[in-house]
Design a protein around this ligand. Structure first.
Ligand SMILES: Cc1cc2nc3c(=O)[nH]c(=O)nc-3n(C[C@H](O)[C@H](O)[C@H](O)COP(=O)(O)OP(=O)(O)OC[C@H]3O[C@@H](n4cnc5c(N)ncnc54)[C@H](O)[C@@H]3O)c2cc1C
Length: 469
């Protein structure tokens, strides 16, 4: 059954052009998919621009990936399409990997708050981020825009060829299906839920336990076991440290070597060459070992099971294409947009900038190039990626241009360039993570660093965000 709630689309067409001072401002009816960090800030920015916003959230609370769920999926490797999907990939011991000054919004910093249950450390546990996001949702009023327990199951143009009428169909917990038409859809469904598994000969017949990091929660199940961890990104290294608290040995298999500052029981290897049925794992350097469990920290896939665009937008080899500036499919712009597709950046900053850009494009304050020019820009970007030898799956990885993208957004928004200290802080944090320094999060005096007393901070007058406009 399809039914409409709130103002009809017809009324929104009438109300669309409203005069604000001398500028004609378009106000649209927008659906935001997801009430994680990105959906919350997107909703705030859209509403600030005067748009009418509804946020659809399949869970019962805001926070997305920061809502820790102790359950693991029925298929811990995440391959079974019929499994019940648990959204969050959070593990119990997780502490943030970027310090507080770069995990917050321009006018709503992630400050340590005195009070019961707060975690005042510069790199707090995941619970503090959830509390921060809950506070942001409440204080900004965005929580009132969220329809909880509404899983979006279909997003499709109401009429083929007409881009500003989108049917958003959802299912509630009790199975009720409903739909409503929106002019704009902003997709903020997260990118760390659909696992990507590492493949190697013998994987499917190997007798040991295999899970994806999405389903890793606590080290206890690995007590006295020999564990291989695939991947040495932030999750691989962090989970290796955690598993080592219980396991007999942890073997990290990856393409690149990591600088270890610790540790008995931890070994580094080249990638897995093949697995044998008796439990042996053979690495590409010829070494081998009998292993009890493999944890795949091999990343995630972009996944939009609800999106029907008639093949206009596709995910191929983990590239969401075509997207102008990682946000708008040229043929559907500005009515369909994606927030937080890029990675290897300051995630909160990215989502806030992209959201503000989308909101202002929808209101008509910022103009997009023509469809043809956007398409050419996308093609040029792909050619640059290819020229530097990056595989397609790295299309949305941002370190290629070291904050050029974020500064481009800032320029579009007419804001001053980002302060250098943010960039420095991000890269310092990233090094900290990937060097396996067990105590790095506690030994780095972030406050001193911010004052420039500890090598590279931007100076205290630079501490305030400059995204205000
Ligand atoms: C293990 C881990 C550690 C991380 N650590 C850090 C860190 O230290 N610092 C940092 O800045 N970032 C970190 N990140 C990145 C983190 O993902 C971002 O900070 C941010 O939370 C992403 O927010 P999001 O809103 O884009 O996605 P999510 O938080 O994933 O939110 C997406 C929301 O969409 C909802 N949703 C999905 N599909 C549907 C649907 N069909 N219908 C309705 N609702 C739907 C989900 O329920 C969810 O609430 C980490 C990520 C992971 C996985």
């Amino acid at each position: 059954m399809h039914k409409k709630k709130g103002l009809s689309t017809h009324h929104w067409y009438i109300a669309r052009f409203i005069m604000t001072g001398a500028m004609a401002q378009r106000r649209v009816k927008a659906a935001v998919i997801g009430a994680g960090m990105s959906g919350l800030v997107a909703a705030r920015e859209l509403r600030r621009e005067g748009h009418h916003v509804v946020v659809f959230e399949k869970g019962n609370e805001v926070g997305g990936t920061w809502v820790y769920d102790p359950r693991i999926e029925s298929d811990p490797s995440g391959l079974d399409p019929a499994r019940e999907v648990i959204h969050s990939s959070m593990y119990k011991s997780l502490r943030v990997n970027l310090p507080r000054p770069i995990m917050g919004f321009s006018d709503y910093p992630f400050d340590a708050k005195p009070g019961v249950g707060d975690d005042p450390r510069p790199f707090p546990g995941h619970e503090a981020v959830l509390r921060f996001l809950q506070g942001f949702a409440a204080d900004s009023g965005v929580v009132e825009l969220v329809r909880f327990g509404h899983e979006v199951v279909r997003i499709e143009r109401a009429v083929e060829g007409r881009n500003d009428e989108w049917v958003v169909e959802w299912r509630t917990r009790d199975g009720e299906a409903s739909a409503e038409v929106f002019e704009a859809v902003v997709v903020c469904n997260g990118k760390f839920t659909e696992p990507r598994l590492a493949e190697f000969p013998g994987r499917t017949t190997w007798r040991g336990e295999q899970i994806h990091s999405h389903n890793y929660r606590v080290p206890k199940p690995y007590k006295d076991k020999i564990v291989v961890i695939i991947g040495n990104g932030p999750s691989g290294i962090d989970i290796a440290k955690d598993v080592l608290l219980a396991a007999k040995e942890v073997h990290l298999a990856s393409r690149e070597t990591t600088t270890f500052k610790i540790h008995g029981g931890l070994f580094q290897h080249s990638p897995i060459d093949h697995a044998e049925e008796d439990g042996k794992i053979v690495f590409q350097d010829g070494s081998s070992i009998y292993v009890d469990a493999i944890i795949h920290c091999s990343g995630y896939k972009y996944h939009f099971p609800f999106l029907k665009t008639n093949e206009i937008v596709n995910v191929d080899d983990n590239c969401v294409a075509p997207l102008y500036q990682h946000v708008f499919p040229p043929a559907l712009a500005p009515w369909l947009s994606f927030i937080a597709i890029p990675y290897r950046t300051i995630t909160f900053l990215l989502s806030e900038l992209q959201s503000r850009w989308v909101a202002k494009i929808l209101s008509g304050k910022i103009q997009l190039p023509s469809k043809e020019d956007m398409t050419s820009s996308v093609q040029e970007y792909y050619q640059r990626i290819e020229a530097v030898g990056w595989p397609k799956r790295h299309t949305h990885r941002l370190q290629l241009e070291k904050f050029d993208y974020e500064n481009w957004l800032v320029g579009e928004l007419g804001l001053p360039p980002l302060e250098k200290w943010r960039q420095n802080m991000y890269f310092t944090s990233f090094d900290l993570l990937t060097t396996f320094d067990e105590n790095g999060r506690d030994t780095w005096d972030v406050e001193k660093w911010m004052k420039g007393e500890e090598g590279g901070g931007g100076g205290s007058d630079n501490i305030n965000y400059t995204l205000e406009c």
